[in-house]
Design a protein around this ligand. Structure first.
Ligand SMILES: C[S@@+](CC[C@H](N)C(=O)[O-])C[C@H]1O[C@@H](n2cnc3c(N)ncnc32)[C@H](O)[C@@H]1O
Length: 308
């Protein structure tokens, strides 16, 4: 049993979900699906919100583990959405914290009250996506693609998607100066500039107090050895009849962030080395990486399946 999701944690995840809802709205895709599948749901904030708001009649949240069954229920989602809407009415988003920090940049219609009544059914399924059959007109996956090799996952998504169906995902970008491996050394973009062998040698020589086994574990946590860029995702998607409808990049506009203490724009000014130098090193082994990939913390991509 996982402990219930707190309001703060919900507000943060709600913001992430709203970014996906907004991207669909701005792409002109009506939030009126028949059947939605969310791959790697975790606490299932996005699929539960989509269901409570009636963005999809039937919703299946899927994960290898059951913690999202108890951490958040549909009833609790309604209550938390009501609190988030109240915070909006009272303009609490002007404060700092999960409300103020992020919620102000998503559309205000995400904060309407009361949430619509769901009409279909909601399932939380504990299973591996590769064991799944069925057909859906919206498949989403939030912050989960790092668990997959996208070249294996996309054919499965194509098989699970109806013709004309939509595939959306948010994914961490490997190419941000400090990605969620949290591996940092003396130079920015260290784990992007070096393969694992060189990275291990770097730490053995320069910072021998660091446990290189732990470095290897987090490095290999990213299941996709191709460390895809947005262009790689699009190329693989198109091979699988999934055609892009939006490609968004999340870039950090602030001078300080929890993830990368010095965000890309400030690297040259503050530590004398920046994205352009890193790109020269990276191009020696992956020429397709763009300068803007080095400024991108997350990609948010959307596709429509069009069968030939
Ligand atoms: C980082 S969590 C993301 C959770 C949630 N979507 C979010 O945005 O907070 C990734 C989730 O993917 C699940 N996962 C990994 N491989 C999977 C697979 N093959 N089939 C289904 N779920 C999987 C993991 O169990 C984990 O809960």
């Amino acid at each position: 049993m996982a402990p219930p999701l707190s309001l703060g944690a919900f507000a943060y995840k709600h913001y992430e979900a709203c970014m996906t809802f907004d991207a669909l709205r701005y792409a002109g895709v009506p939030l009126a699906f028949e059947s939605m599948l969310d791959i790697g749901s975790g606490f299932a904030t996005l699929p539960r919100t989509a269901w409570v708001r009636n963005y999809a009649r039937d919703v299946t949240a899927l994960d290898l583990f059951p913690y999202g069954e108890s951490a958040l229920t549909n009833r609790r989602t309604r209550q938390l959405l009501a609190l988030v809407a109240l915070a909006e009415r009272l303009r609490l988003r002007q404060l700092s914290g999960p409300f103020g920090k992020w919620d102000s940049i998503v559309a205000r219609e995400n904060f309407t009250l009361p949430p619509l009544r769901a009409t279909g059914k909601f399932d939380y399924l504990v299973s591996d996506v590769f064991d799944l059959a069925g057909s859906h007109d919206w498949i989403n996956s939030s912050l989960t693609l790092t668990h997959f090799d996208h070249r294996e996952l996309f054919p499965k998504v194509r098989d699970l998607l109806t013709d004309g169906g939509i595939f959306t995902f948010t994914v961490e970008c490997w190419w941000y100066p400090i990605n969620s491996t949290q591996i940092a050394g003396m130079a920015p973009y260290l784990c992007q500039r070096l393969g694992l062998d060189d990275l291990t040698r770097y730490f053995e020589t320069v910072q021998p107090d660091i446990d290189t086994k732990k470095i290897a574990d987090v490095y290999n946590y990213y299941r996709d050895p191709s460390h895809p860029t947005a262009s790689d995702y699009v190329a693989t998607a198109v091979k699988n009849d999934l055609h892009p409808i939006f490609v968004h990049r999340h870039m950090n506009t602030r001078a300080h962030s929890k993830r990368a203490a010095v965000p890309p724009a400030y690297l040259v000014r503050d530590i004398g080395d920046g994205a352009q130098n890193a790109l020269r090193d990276i191009h020696k082994f992956k020429p397709g990486v763009l300068l803007e990939d080095l400024y991108t913390s997350h990609y948010l991509l959307g596709f429509r399946k069009v069968s030939p």
